[in-house]
Design a protein around this ligand. Structure first.
Ligand code: CUA
Length: 413
């Protein structure tokens, strides 16, 4: 077999490089920036890192195959092209049966590339399946349940006397630097649980116990998303994961276990936030600024603290009364509020301390909260708080009612 001349191959390489550069510049976007909030390339934990490494390995192996096959094909096309009119009409040359050495070599190369991909794949399927044996005793356990279209998070090892286990919605707070085993359940249809920077997708299947594990290497704020089509608002079914250092995580847990503050006269006393001192001070106040966009983790910490300018206590009390009289209590639990024991919608005991509402869709500020309760169907089509053009249970709210409810819900920290 004759080797191609150097000039022929280098010319091909230059053309390939020019084509690649052209495609990348034509794409117009900042193709080299791959660190968006739902990036699977910029990973923040060992499970996602293994999955990304496998992706890269497969890419490199297939790139080598592509370059080898592509350049051989290009060379053959160029080398054996018709050079004259007579060439084009000539009889084809005598056909051979092939070259045994080339064929054996190609089979060997195919097997080798499969082996290069298969061994790390099998190793990492086993690693990403569940928390490694040596770390099992150190793992933290959470149960995530998918609903159309939001996520419920239960903390089975965090029990509250008289109220069962700690439950939150749409924002999952976990300890950083520690494996977290997450049991996955569904209350209705199939969903898929996905936090791109921490771990790949695993389905939440009705009547089937599924699970995954992940670990956030550092404290931070991570985006999650339902990744299985589950109805009208599948694309609007998001959540957030907040990873905290051990001390902050325990402080958060202690605070979450407390019931909602329901004193008539004043906002929750500052002393009750003493355990969250390490979170800094709350500068968000009212109205919200764009801190959530610039630094979501800092915004989340500030959300845990009392508002700089809390709403009028009388307005909050009015909102609380409306929450009962308008039957919101039938679908939502607020620990500490009489009768608010519903489980159809998210637990709202500390909803004022979340950075997002409507399953990670809207920023949790008074304007967005009002927009949400005014017409949830316009924000998230098909959701159960909106039935045929009206709030569920045919709830009628005046603008003043909405303002009072927003003040009450925002005060729940
Ligand atoms: Cu839940 Cu898609």
């Amino acid at each position: 077999m004759r080797l191609p001349k150097f000039s022929a191959l280098s010319g091909l390489w230059i053309r390939c490089a020019a084509l690649l550069a052209g495609v990348l510049s034509l794409s117009g976007c900042e193709w080299y920036r791959m660190d968006g909030p739902q990036s699977t390339i910029t990973t923040e934990g060992p499970v996602a890192a293994r999955q990304t490494d496998l992706f890269y390995l497969t890419c490199w192996v297939t790139l080598v195959i592509f370059i080898f096959v592509g350049s051989t094909l290009a060379y053959a096309i160029w080398k054996f092209r018709a050079r004259s009119e007579a060439d084009a009409h000539a009889e084809p040359p005598e056909q051979g049966h092939g070259n045994p050495m080339v064929e054996i070599g190609l089979i060997g190369a195919s097997v080798l590339s499969l082996v290069i991909i298969a061994f790390p794949t099998i190793r990492d399927i086993s690693y990403t399946y569940d928390v490694p044996e040596a770390q099992k005793a150190f793992a933290y356990n959470v149960t995530a349940t998918g609903y159309q279209w939001w996520f419920k998070f239960d903390y089975p090892s965090e029990t509250i006397p008289g109220a069962g286990i700690l439950t939150t919605g749409n924002e999952l707070v976990i300890p950083a630097g520690r494996p977290v085993h997450i049991d996955l359940r569904s209350a209705d249809v199939m969903h898929s649980f996905w936090i791109p920077k921490l771990a790949g997708k695993v389905d939440m299947i009705p009547n089937r116990a599924n699970f995954l594990w992940l670990q956030a290497d550092h404290p931070g704020y991570y985006w999650g998303q339902c990744a299985e089509f589950c109805g009208d608002s599948h694309a609007l079914m998001r959540f957030r994961v907040i990873a905290l250092g051990a001390a902050d995580f325990n402080a958060w847990l202690a605070h979450q276990k407390e019931p909602a503050h329901v004193a008539e006269a004043a906002a929750k006393p500052a002393a009750q936030f003493a355990s969250l001192r390490s979170f800094g001070t709350n500068e968000i106040g009212f109205p919200a600024n764009d801190l959530l966009e610039r630094d979501p983790f800092a915004a989340w910490k500030q959300k845990q603290l009392p508002d700089a300018a809390p709403a009028d206590p009388a307005l909050i009390a009015q909102g609380r009364a409306l929450f009962a009289s308008k039957t919101c209590i039938a679908c939502h639990t607020i620990r500490g509020v009489d009768g608010a024991v519903g489980v159809r919608g998210p637990d709202l005991t500390h909803v004022g301390a979340r950075t997002t509402i409507a399953a990670g869709l809207l920023e949790n500020n008074p304007e967005e909260l009002q927009r949400w309760i005014h017409n949830p169907g316009a924000v998230k089509p098909g959701n159960k708080m909106w039935v045929e053009g009206f709030l569920a249970n045919n709830i009628q709210l005046t603008p003043a009612d909405e303002t009072a409810l927003v003040a009450f819900l925002s005060s729940l920290k």
